[in-house]
Design a protein around this ligand. Structure first.
Ligand SMILES: Cc1cc2nc3c(=O)[nH]c(=O)nc-3n(C[C@H](O)[C@H](O)[C@H](O)COP(=O)(O)O)c2cc1C
Length: 185
Protein backbone atom coordinates (compact mmCIF):
# COMPACT_ATOMS: atom_id res chain seq x y z
CA UNK A 1 0.00 0.00 0.00
CA UNK A 2 1.25 3.47 -0.82
CA UNK A 3 0.44 6.12 1.75
CA UNK A 4 1.55 9.67 1.21
CA UNK A 5 0.00 11.95 3.80
CA UNK A 6 -1.73 11.56 7.09
CA UNK A 7 -5.12 12.91 7.88
CA UNK A 8 -8.86 12.66 8.17
CA UNK A 9 -10.24 11.60 4.80
CA UNK A 10 -9.03 8.28 3.45
CA UNK A 11 -9.54 7.26 -0.17
CA UNK A 12 -8.79 3.67 -1.16
CA UNK A 13 -7.52 3.55 -4.74
CA UNK A 14 -8.12 0.51 -6.96
CA UNK A 15 -5.96 0.52 -10.08
CA UNK A 16 -7.45 -1.48 -12.93
CA UNK A 17 -4.17 -2.17 -14.70
CA UNK A 18 -1.41 -4.50 -13.53
CA UNK A 19 1.02 -3.29 -16.19
CA UNK A 20 4.34 -2.12 -14.76
CA UNK A 21 4.31 1.15 -16.69
CA UNK A 22 0.56 1.60 -16.50
CA UNK A 23 -0.67 5.04 -17.41
CA UNK A 24 -3.52 4.65 -14.98
CA UNK A 25 -1.22 3.67 -12.14
CA UNK A 26 0.83 6.78 -12.89
CA UNK A 27 -2.34 8.86 -12.69
CA UNK A 28 -3.08 7.32 -9.29
CA UNK A 29 0.47 8.06 -8.14
CA UNK A 30 0.23 11.66 -9.36
CA UNK A 31 -2.94 12.09 -7.33
CA UNK A 32 -1.16 10.67 -4.28
CA UNK A 33 1.64 13.15 -4.76
CA UNK A 34 -0.71 16.11 -5.00
CA UNK A 35 -3.16 15.02 -2.30
CA UNK A 36 -4.25 18.03 -0.28
CA UNK A 37 -3.61 18.24 3.44
CA UNK A 38 -6.21 16.21 5.22
CA UNK A 39 -6.54 13.58 2.52
CA UNK A 40 -4.82 10.19 2.35
CA UNK A 41 -4.83 8.22 -0.89
CA UNK A 42 -4.02 4.54 -0.44
CA UNK A 43 -3.15 2.70 -3.61
CA UNK A 44 -4.19 -0.87 -2.91
CA UNK A 45 -1.34 -2.92 -4.28
CA UNK A 46 -1.65 -6.65 -4.46
CA UNK A 47 -4.83 -6.93 -6.52
CA UNK A 48 -3.09 -9.50 -8.74
CA UNK A 49 -2.78 -11.76 -5.70
CA UNK A 50 -6.50 -11.67 -4.98
CA UNK A 51 -7.97 -14.93 -6.32
CA UNK A 52 -10.97 -14.88 -8.61
CA UNK A 53 -14.03 -14.55 -6.45
CA UNK A 54 -15.39 -17.94 -5.43
CA UNK A 55 -18.06 -18.37 -2.78
CA UNK A 56 -16.27 -21.53 -1.65
CA UNK A 57 -13.15 -19.51 -0.84
CA UNK A 58 -15.24 -16.83 0.86
CA UNK A 59 -15.66 -18.89 4.01
CA UNK A 60 -14.12 -18.90 7.48
CA UNK A 61 -10.57 -18.49 6.21
CA UNK A 62 -10.77 -15.90 3.49
CA UNK A 63 -7.60 -15.78 1.33
CA UNK A 64 -5.12 -13.35 2.83
CA UNK A 65 -5.00 -10.98 -0.16
CA UNK A 66 -8.78 -10.73 -0.28
CA UNK A 67 -8.99 -10.16 3.46
CA UNK A 68 -6.35 -7.41 3.18
CA UNK A 69 -8.29 -5.75 0.36
CA UNK A 70 -11.44 -5.77 2.45
CA UNK A 71 -9.69 -4.44 5.53
CA UNK A 72 -8.11 -1.57 3.64
CA UNK A 73 -11.36 -0.52 2.03
CA UNK A 74 -13.21 -0.87 5.34
CA UNK A 75 -10.78 1.70 6.78
CA UNK A 76 -11.46 4.14 3.94
CA UNK A 77 -14.13 6.79 3.59
CA UNK A 78 -14.25 6.50 -0.17
CA UNK A 79 -13.13 4.32 -3.05
CA UNK A 80 -11.58 5.63 -6.26
CA UNK A 81 -11.09 3.32 -9.23
CA UNK A 82 -8.40 4.43 -11.66
CA UNK A 83 -8.74 2.24 -14.67
CA UNK A 84 -8.34 1.71 -18.37
CA UNK A 85 -10.92 -0.10 -20.48
CA UNK A 86 -10.52 -3.66 -21.75
CA UNK A 87 -12.78 -4.79 -24.56
CA UNK A 88 -15.42 -2.26 -23.79
CA UNK A 89 -15.64 -2.82 -20.05
CA UNK A 90 -13.55 -2.70 -16.88
CA UNK A 91 -10.52 -5.00 -16.57
CA UNK A 92 -11.16 -8.26 -14.73
CA UNK A 93 -8.81 -7.32 -11.90
CA UNK A 94 -11.04 -4.37 -10.96
CA UNK A 95 -14.25 -6.34 -11.42
CA UNK A 96 -12.85 -9.07 -9.17
CA UNK A 97 -11.92 -6.57 -6.46
CA UNK A 98 -15.46 -5.15 -6.52
CA UNK A 99 -16.87 -8.68 -6.24
CA UNK A 100 -14.83 -9.38 -3.10
CA UNK A 101 -15.81 -6.00 -1.66
CA UNK A 102 -19.50 -6.70 -2.32
CA UNK A 103 -19.75 -9.64 0.10
CA UNK A 104 -21.10 -10.47 2.66
CA UNK A 105 -24.23 -9.40 0.81
CA UNK A 106 -25.47 -6.08 2.17
CA UNK A 107 -22.43 -5.68 4.42
CA UNK A 108 -19.43 -5.73 2.08
CA UNK A 109 -16.51 -3.43 2.73
CA UNK A 110 -17.61 -1.13 -0.11
CA UNK A 111 -21.10 -0.65 1.34
CA UNK A 112 -21.87 3.03 1.79
CA UNK A 113 -18.47 4.22 0.62
CA UNK A 114 -18.42 7.14 -1.77
CA UNK A 115 -17.30 5.76 -5.13
CA UNK A 116 -15.73 7.50 -8.10
CA UNK A 117 -13.88 6.38 -11.19
CA UNK A 118 -11.36 7.98 -13.48
CA UNK A 119 -8.92 6.82 -16.08
CA UNK A 120 -7.31 7.32 -19.42
CA UNK A 121 -6.97 5.32 -22.60
CA UNK A 122 -5.29 6.06 -25.91
CA UNK A 123 -8.62 6.37 -27.72
CA UNK A 124 -11.00 9.29 -28.17
CA UNK A 125 -13.33 7.84 -25.52
CA UNK A 126 -11.00 7.59 -22.55
CA UNK A 127 -12.50 4.36 -21.22
CA UNK A 128 -16.02 5.67 -20.70
CA UNK A 129 -17.69 2.25 -21.05
CA UNK A 130 -15.39 0.78 -18.42
CA UNK A 131 -16.12 3.71 -16.16
CA UNK A 132 -19.88 3.42 -16.61
CA UNK A 133 -19.69 -0.31 -15.91
CA UNK A 134 -17.56 0.27 -12.80
CA UNK A 135 -20.12 2.78 -11.51
CA UNK A 136 -22.97 0.36 -12.13
CA UNK A 137 -21.17 -2.58 -10.54
CA UNK A 138 -20.01 -0.61 -7.50
CA UNK A 139 -23.52 0.74 -7.03
CA UNK A 140 -25.03 -2.74 -7.10
CA UNK A 141 -22.28 -3.82 -4.70
CA UNK A 142 -23.55 -1.22 -2.24
CA UNK A 143 -21.27 1.77 -2.78
CA UNK A 144 -22.60 5.32 -2.85
CA UNK A 145 -21.77 6.21 -6.44
CA UNK A 146 -21.08 9.93 -6.65
CA UNK A 147 -22.58 10.85 -10.00
CA UNK A 148 -20.18 13.65 -10.84
CA UNK A 149 -17.10 11.71 -9.69
CA UNK A 150 -16.11 10.34 -13.08
CA UNK A 151 -13.56 11.44 -15.68
CA UNK A 152 -12.90 9.45 -18.86
CA UNK A 153 -9.80 11.04 -20.33
CA UNK A 154 -8.41 10.47 -23.80
CA UNK A 155 -4.63 10.17 -23.75
CA UNK A 156 -4.31 10.73 -27.48
CA UNK A 157 -3.38 14.38 -27.48
CA UNK A 158 -2.32 15.19 -23.96
CA UNK A 159 0.13 13.93 -21.38
CA UNK A 160 -2.40 12.94 -18.77
CA UNK A 161 0.10 12.72 -15.94
CA UNK A 162 1.65 16.12 -16.59
CA UNK A 163 -1.09 18.37 -17.96
CA UNK A 164 -2.30 20.67 -15.18
CA UNK A 165 -5.83 20.95 -16.53
CA UNK A 166 -6.26 17.19 -16.79
CA UNK A 167 -4.80 16.62 -13.33
CA UNK A 168 -7.18 19.25 -11.96
CA UNK A 169 -10.14 17.34 -13.43
CA UNK A 170 -8.92 14.15 -11.80
CA UNK A 171 -8.33 16.00 -8.52
CA UNK A 172 -11.89 17.37 -8.66
CA UNK A 173 -13.12 13.77 -8.49
CA UNK A 174 -11.06 13.15 -5.34
CA UNK A 175 -12.44 16.38 -3.91
CA UNK A 176 -16.01 15.30 -4.69
CA UNK A 177 -15.46 11.97 -2.93
CA UNK A 178 -13.99 13.65 0.12
CA UNK A 179 -16.87 16.17 0.22
CA UNK A 180 -19.54 13.49 -0.19
CA UNK A 181 -22.01 13.17 2.65
CA UNK A 182 -24.83 10.65 2.54
CA UNK A 183 -28.29 12.12 2.20
CA UNK A 184 -30.23 11.57 5.40
CA UNK A 185 -33.11 9.13 4.93
C1 LIG B 1 -6.93 -6.67 -23.53
C2 LIG B 1 -7.02 -5.20 -23.88
C3 LIG B 1 -8.22 -4.67 -24.28
C4 LIG B 1 -8.33 -3.30 -24.54
N1 LIG B 1 -9.56 -2.78 -24.86
C5 LIG B 1 -9.72 -1.43 -24.91
C6 LIG B 1 -11.01 -0.86 -25.04
O1 LIG B 1 -12.02 -1.55 -25.14
N2 LIG B 1 -11.11 0.49 -25.03
C7 LIG B 1 -10.01 1.30 -24.91
O2 LIG B 1 -10.16 2.51 -24.86
N3 LIG B 1 -8.75 0.78 -24.81
C8 LIG B 1 -8.59 -0.56 -24.81
N4 LIG B 1 -7.35 -1.11 -24.66
C9 LIG B 1 -6.18 -0.23 -24.64
C10 LIG B 1 -5.88 0.27 -23.25
O3 LIG B 1 -6.77 1.32 -22.96
C11 LIG B 1 -4.44 0.76 -23.19
O4 LIG B 1 -3.55 -0.32 -23.42
C12 LIG B 1 -4.15 1.43 -21.88
O5 LIG B 1 -2.95 2.15 -21.96
C13 LIG B 1 -4.05 0.44 -20.76
O6 LIG B 1 -3.95 1.13 -19.53
P1 LIG B 1 -2.61 1.16 -18.68
O7 LIG B 1 -1.64 2.04 -19.44
O8 LIG B 1 -3.03 1.78 -17.39
O9 LIG B 1 -2.12 -0.23 -18.54
C14 LIG B 1 -7.21 -2.47 -24.43
C15 LIG B 1 -5.97 -3.03 -24.04
C16 LIG B 1 -5.88 -4.38 -23.77
C17 LIG B 1 -4.56 -4.94 -23.30
Amino acid sequence: MTETKTSRARVAVLVGSLRADSLNRRIAEALCDQAPDGVVLDILDGLAAVPFYDETLDADAVPEAAAALRARVAEADAVLAVTPEYNGTMPAVLNNAIDWLSRPYGAGAITGKAFGVIGATPTPYGGKWAHADAQRSAGIAGAAVVAEAVVSQSALEVDVVADAEVLARFQAVVDALVAYRPVAA
